[in-house]
Structure formats: C-alpha cells, structure tokens
Design a protein around this ligand. Structure first.
Ligand code: FA5
Length: 344
C-alpha cells in the first residue's frame, strides 16, 4: 500500500459515506451510518491500520488525508442532522399554522341580570316622572329603620319585618324606608325621590328571599294628596304592566303612613279569572304605600301642618317575577346560565 492507494481508498470511503447519508430522514439511521465509518471499529479506522505500512515520510500526509476524510464525513453527518431538525420544525410550524386573516370569533355578550334590568327600567320610569335617586346604607341604625319611622320600641309592628340584628343599635335594613328619613333630614321640601337598594329579612321560601331589592318612593310638598299617590301609581302600572291592567288600593297598615294602602293589580296570568298565582282572588299585591304619617315628619323637623306627602315601597323581585312569569324567587339568585340566557 502506498500513499496514493491510501488516499484513494479513503476518498472512496468518504464518497460512499456521503452518498449513504444523503436523503436520510431519521436521526438514528444517520448515527448508524456515521458509526459505521467513523466509529472505533468503523471502516475509516480500519484503513488507518495500513498507515503502519507506509514509509515514515508519508505518514504525515496520510494523517492529513485521513483527518480531511473524517471531517468531510462528520460535516455530511451534521448537515443531515440539521436538515432533519429543520424538516421537523417546518412540519411543526405547518401543523400549527395560524391564519391571522380569519375573521375573529364574536365575543359572547350577555345582557344584564333580569333583576338589574327590572331595577333600571323602574328607575328610568320614575325618573321620567321627576323622581331623583337617593341612597342610604345597608347597615342601618335602629333609629332610621324603625324609630324615626314611628315604630315604637317593643312595638309588635317590628315583628312585621323579621330583622337581622347586628347589635343593640345596628341592623341590616329591612326596607328602603329609612332613606325617607335620611332624605328629609338632609333636604327641605319639596322632596321627590326614589331609593332603590338591597334589603334583608329573615325570610326564605319560593316567593321570599333573605336578600331582596326594594324601591322606595317619597314625594313631600304643600298640598300633596292621596289622589297624587294614586295617579303616580296608575302611571307606573300603565308603563310597567300595560294600560288595561286593573288596579286597586286596599286599606292596610304601616306605622309610617296614615292612611296606608296596599296596591294590587288584576292578575296578569288569568285575566282575573282566578288561578294558582293569585290564589283564586284575581288580584296580585305589588306594593305598600300611604300618606306620610305626621309623626314621621316631626322626626325629620318638617311641619306636618304645612306639608303632606306620599310614600310607597315595592319589591323589585316581585315585579320581575310578574313581568317574566318566574315562579321561584331563588332562580333570580342562583346564576344558572340556562336561566339567565333567556334574558339575553
Ligand atoms: C315595606 O317594606 C314598606 N317599607 C313599604 C312601604 C313604603 C309602605 C312606604 C308604605 C310606604 P312590605 O313589608 O310589604 O312593606 O314590603 C314591600 C314589598 O317588598 C312587598 O310587597 C314585596 O314585594 C317585597 N318583599 C317583602 N319581603 C320580601 C322578601 N323576603 N323577598 C322578596 N320580596 C319581599
């Protein structure tokens, strides 16, 4: 074996390694080919054993030739490996392709909760009639919730509204009527406000919830009569339930109004023929009302000889249940999407 033969046989190995590596698509195949040529027991290594047969002065050249062969095979191997990696990346990018020109998915928008819708509609309706919105705290003092509203201490009328007490003085307001007191203490008549808000009572059944919403109405001025109350409520019923809806005032009692009246509308479910909802009476109670009691005016420093006024208080859940024919008040608080979607 001379140097020329040695070089030729290495070049032949190099070529065949490069040919074999060409087009290989799996890493393990490429590695196997590389090992077959460049491994310890590989073909290039086998050729190196003939180095010993070469004369000394040729050995350096032979070393250079074998290095260049090793490098060429290594390079071909690296090229195949990087081609495989690139192909994998291309495939991944193709499979995860994102077409940014596609139209976007429409966000699913829901309308507000039926209770909020009802409350907003009622506020708008009374605002049209000139009522301003007033607010008061949900944690209330006994004085505003009861005493100033003419509920004497230990008077059984306090049992009408089962109260969540906090301590001797503090409670969760049982109605929005304390806002009447706070407003009349803060402003001189004429006063014309509605007070929407959350109220609390120890109450829990299909038509009563421990937390519910009321809207209080209060109008105080010179010469306000029961006819003004009736006219205001008639207009509210026309707008809320339709002009044909019958209405009646039924004598009632509230410590803070005198006279007091509960307001009923003709049953909208059975056209007053009598059904389960109206307990066969043909009428549905919708709110409490009356003329402001002189004692309440006195608590607020307003002269009852000069001023008169009317007040009313309605339950927002009750109106929503009637409007949307909801039979169980708890549906309004469970946030079941299947229920809420009906109001979208
Ligand atoms: C009152 O709360 C009086 N403050 C209303 C009032 C204001 C009368 C001004 C006169 C002058 P009453 O307890 O009846 O009254 O409640 C009014 C409305 O709240 C009821 O008609 C009913 O619709 C609603 N309501 C009462 N308790 C509950 C409850 N637990 N869950 C849901 N709604 C209720």
């Amino acid at each position: 074996m001379d140097l020329q033969n040695f070089e030729q046989s290495l070049l032949a190995l190099q070529q065949s390694a490069i040919d074999e590596l060409k087009g290989v698509s799996r890493r393990e195949d490429a590695l196997q080919i590389k090992n077959r040529y460049l491994g310890k027991k590989g073909q290039v290594q086998a050729q190196m054993s003939v180095l010993r047969e070469l004369p000394n002065e040729q050995r350096r050249d032979a070393g250079r030739i074998s290095n260049s062969t090793k490098q060429a095979i290594e390079q071909a191997f690296q090229k195949v490996m990087s081609d495989i990696a690139q192909a994998e990346l291309d495939a991944k990018l193709a499979s995860e392709a994102l077409d940014v020109t596609l139209p976007a998915r429409k966000p699913k928008l829901h309308r507000s909760h039926p209770l909020v819708q009802t409350e907003q509609e009622l506020i708008a309706l009374f605002a049209e009639m000139g009522f301003a919105v007033a607010q008061g705290p949900e944690i209330e003092k006994d004085y505003y919730n009861f005493e100033a509203l003419n509920f004497p201490a230990d008077h059984p009328a306090r049992d009408m509204q089962d109260t969540f007490m906090i301590d001797q003085q503090g409670l969760l307001r049982t109605h929005t009527s304390p806002v009447q007191i706070r407003t009349m203490l803060a402003y001189k008549p004429p006063v014309q406000i509605i007070a929407p808000g959350r109220v609390y009572r120890v109450d829990d059944d299909p038509t009563h919830s421990p937390v519910f919403h009321q809207i209080e109405g209060l109008l105080v001025d010179v010469g306000v009569t029961m006819a003004d109350l009736k006219g205001t409520l008639r207009h509210f019923i026309d707008r809320c339930f339709g002009k044909q809806t019958p209405m009646r005032l039924r004598p009632s009692f509230f410590p803070f109004t005198e006279p007091s009246a509960e307001v009923d509308i003709g049953c909208i479910f059975c056209a007053q023929k009598g059904c389960r909802v109206c307990s066969q009476t043909g009428w549905l109670e919708i709110l409490g009302s009356g003329m402001v009691d002189p004692n309440v005016f006195k608590s607020c420093g307003i002269d009852p000889e000069r001023y008169t006024g009317f007040a009313f208080g309605l339950g927002v859940e009750r109106i929503a249940m009637l409007k949307y024919q909801i039979s169980d008040i708890r549906l309004l608080f469970q946030n079941d999407v299947r229920f809420l979607e009906q109001f979208s």
